[in-house]
Design a protein around this ligand. Structure first.
Ligand code: ARG
Length: 461
């Protein structure tokens, strides 16, 4: 048991209490950020005249040594310390002696842990944003490739109107673009430094908070010391953005699972991203898509857990807040992993355009276009809707599609129909005529793709 306090205690901490209280098993994850924060703090202390330059250099060398040894595996972060802050300080004192005891001048673990969590979260946000960007690039190139790949569009999982694969993927492209921009928004709001807030009320030392903020790449210091040590809004914002990302991935996965099924056969997931069955030799299962869909729950769980933890906490720091870490870290890792795997799966998937096109031709996806044909010939839309409804019923009865009906059959239901009905309801026309911006028509699609091209280029790192 190694802890930073004990002066005012007359008894050892109960072992169970110690273990319950300790956080090293999970806060060791941000050992690097903890040491980076300490190094910035020490540089500032020296600049403010609180430490001598010699003390600063000794401490910096000491921390650099600890960092190098941890990274090379020479020094293990053992669970005998209460938390990562105690581990670093104890090791520093071991290495450089009494000067090491000055590291914590003008600082509390409350502002220290607030800083560590923020530095760690900021890096994770950037890494996740990069994964989202790479997925966006995959969607963008698939869109360029499939402007003319027809497929059925669905509502209520019933065939509705024909669209294209570019259009369908374009819907996810919009979602992922929003996800990306949401992450940027969060970054802008969170990038202020809590270091210097002390336990809750700042310090009496002449700390230069602007300096530590700038050394650590923040826009500036946070403006209220009580808020600084007890704010986890940025974690909640990120977890909520991550929950939305997982919801998007989960929906896309659900579609891929359907498309990959025997019934649809729109796609085939690559062997490298599929798994087999231990009993049924014919099976090739979409486990990766299912797992991504399944993991959505744990990311939502992390968000719910932290919201619940935070809801009753009085100002300022309370130990409840130690619960901000484990599920959050798990959510960061989960989302990064899911994005990378999903992107790999999407990049290697084989689309079957002929099957998609055949499917688009059946199921009366051109019924609206037949009604629009009548409208263009002067029939009010509501009457046209009724006439085409009767056509569909007639076709279902005969087991044929609208394209298979003879002109006589058309005319028997409405004399307005002429020879040009066949062209008006052909799959090609149905798609090509839909050219308002945002629609699947190739002209509209090309405009959106050009817009996306710019969007991607502007954000390429
Ligand atoms: N392990 C603690 C946490 O994660 C660090 C802060 C401890 N502060 C304190 N006053 N006990 O929140």
């Amino acid at each position: 048991m190694a802890q930073l306090w004990g002066g005012r205690f007359t008894k050892e901490t109960d072992k169970l209490v110690y273990n319950f209280n300790a956080s090293i098993s999970f806060d060791k994850k941000f050992y690097r950020q903890d040491m980076e924060g300490s190094m910035a703090h020490v540089k500032m202390l020296a600049a403010a005249g609180i430490l001598t330059e010699e003390e600063r250099d000794d401490i910096l060398k000491g921390i650099e040594g600890i960092l190098a040894d941890v990274e090379s595996g020479k020094l293990a972060i053992s669970d005998e310390y209460e938390d990562i802050h105690s581990f670093v300080e104890a090791n520093l004192i071991d290495r450089i002696g009494d000067t090491g005891k000055k590291l914590h001048t003008g600082r509390s673990r409350n502002d220290q842990v607030a800083l560590d969590m923020k530095l760690y979260t900021r890096e994770e946000l950037i890494a996740i944003r990069q994964e989202v960007f790479e997925l966006i690039e995959t969607c963008h190139s698939l869109m360029k490739e499939h402007v003319h790949t027809a497929m059925p569009g669905f509502t209520h999982l019933q065939k509705a109107q024909p669209v294209t694969l570019a259009h369908h993927i374009g819907a996810y492209m919009e979602m992922f673009k929003r996800d990306y921009d949401r992450l940027c928004d969060i970054y802008e709001r969170m990038n202020y430094c809590p270091l210097g807030a002390g336990a809750l009320a700042g310090t009496t030392y002449p700390l230069d908070r602007e300096m530590t903020a700038s050394l650590l790449g923040f826009y500036g210091p946070t403006l209220n010391s009580m808020d600084s040590v007890s704010d986890r809004d940025y974690v909640l914002e990120l977890l909520s953005a991550l929950s939305i990302i997982m919801m998007h991935l989960s929906r896309f996965c659900e579609e891929i699972i359907l498309w990959n099924s025997n019934e649809y056969q729109f796609v085939e997931i690559d062997d490298a991203y599929s798994t087999g069955s231990s009993i049924m030799p014919q099976k090739k299962n979409p486990d990766i898509a299912e797992l991504v869909r399944g993991k959505t729950g744990r990311v939502y769980g992390a968000l719910m857990s932290l919201l619940t933890t935070m809801k009753g906490i009085p100002l300022a720091y309370n130990k409840d807040m130690q619960e901000d870490k484990e599920l959050t870290f798990d959510a960061y890792d989960t989302v990064k992993g899911c994005l990378a795997l999903f992107n790999g799966m999407l990049k290697t998937i084989t689309f079957h355009p002929e099957i998609m096109e055949r499917s688009a031709k059946h199921g009366f996806t051109n019924a609206t276009d037949a009604a629009d044909y009548l409208v263009n010939h002067g029939v009010p839309f509501r009457d046209a809707h009724g006439i085409v409804g009767r056509l569909v019923l007639y076709c279902i009865d005969k087991g044929i599609s609208l394209d298979d009906m003879s002109l006589e059959e058309y005319k028997a239901i409405s004399p307005v129909f002429e020879e040009d009905i066949y062209d008006a309801i052909s799959l090609k026309t149905c798609i090509e005529k839909r050219n308002t911006i945002g629609a699947p028509g190739p002209e509209a699609m090309e405009k959106v793709i050009a817009f996306n091209e710019k969007w991607v280029e502007e954000r390429r790192l």
